[in-house]
Design a protein around this ligand. Structure first.
Ligand code: ZN
Ligand code: FE
Length: 260
């Protein structure tokens, strides 16, 4: 498998997922058709599927135009079954844990609600890669539009339970500002400082900060670190009355980030 990030809108990423053995590809999230069509042509692949993570316009807004442009070619459109009415063009609704094929690649849907109530990740176990949309970001997590802190914490927990070496491809380039926020809570986290420097270098060179890995995120992402004593103390100093439990610390961390 080869993954090509496709920059869309101001800071969105779609990802061309290429099965090199067959030349077949899928695209994770389509905000606009144009950049996806360009990427397909540049890579010389045949697009067979759209893999939609959630219904927001900056992730599915280009589905219909892309389908229209590629007609009469058959396109499979994946999305979460219970959110099918909000995924334009959906043809193959997926349940939690359901597997699917893309050329010779085999993927699986992981249900991770809270940013929206119908959000899924696309996990390719044999390729050690996961596409997390707006749930897990490099250094951060999505806003709680249709779920609460406990639900987001458990969705992130499902992703954090994947093998350490799993590459994480997220829906936006928010990493620099996410890490700036993270450093306000854990200035003593050496891995975090090193990661912030690495990302600043990448971005300075005009390169994406993705992919990150599950291991890097567990070491640096404040939303996976509610058990860090330093983070907990920082949060409890800034927000009044935060109880000494993981969900309360997580909720207060999310609240601080909303106002960062
Ligand atoms: Zn979103
Ligand atoms: Fe988004």
């Amino acid at each position: 498998m080869r993954v090509v990030p496709v920059a869309q809108l101001a800071d969105n990423y779609g990802y061309l997922v290429i099965d090199e053995s067959s030349g077949v590809a899928g695209i994770v999230d389509v905000a606009e058709a144009g950049p996806v069509l360009e990427a397909i042509q540049k890579e010389g692949v045949e697009l067979r599927a759209i893999l939609s993570t959630h219904h927001h316009y900056d992730h599915v807004g280009g589905n219909e135009e892309l389908i229209e442009c590629l007609r009469p070619q058959e396109l499979t459109v994946f999305g979460y079954a219970e959110d099918a009415e909000r995924i334009p063009g959906i043809t193959h609704p997926l349940e939690d844990g359901q597997s699917f094929e893309l050329g010779s690649l085999r993927g699986r849907a992981i249900f991770i609600p809270a940013h929206t109530r119908g959000h899924i990740a696309y996990y390719f176990e044999s390729e050690a890669a996961v596409f997390t949309g707006d749930t897990l970001f490099a250094g951060g997590c999505g806003r709680l539009f249709e779920g609460d802190a406990a639900q987001m914490r458990s969705s992130l927990g499902r992703l954090a339970a994947l093998p350490d070496e799993t590459k994480v491809y997220c829906g936006h380039e928010y990493t620099e500002s996410n890490l700036r926020f993270a450093l306000t809570l854990e200035p003593g986290n050496a891995r975090l400082s090193a990661r912030a420097e690495e990302v600043a270098r990448l971005r300075g060179d005009g390169k994406p900060s993705v992919p990150t890995t599950i291991e890097i995120e567990k070491a640096t992402n404040p939303f996976l670190r509610s058990d860090s004593a330093e983070l907990r103390a920082s949060v409890q100093t800034r927000v009044q009355g935060v109880a000494d439990d993981d969900v309360a610390v997580f909720a207060a961390t999310r609240q601080l980030k909303d106002n960062f």
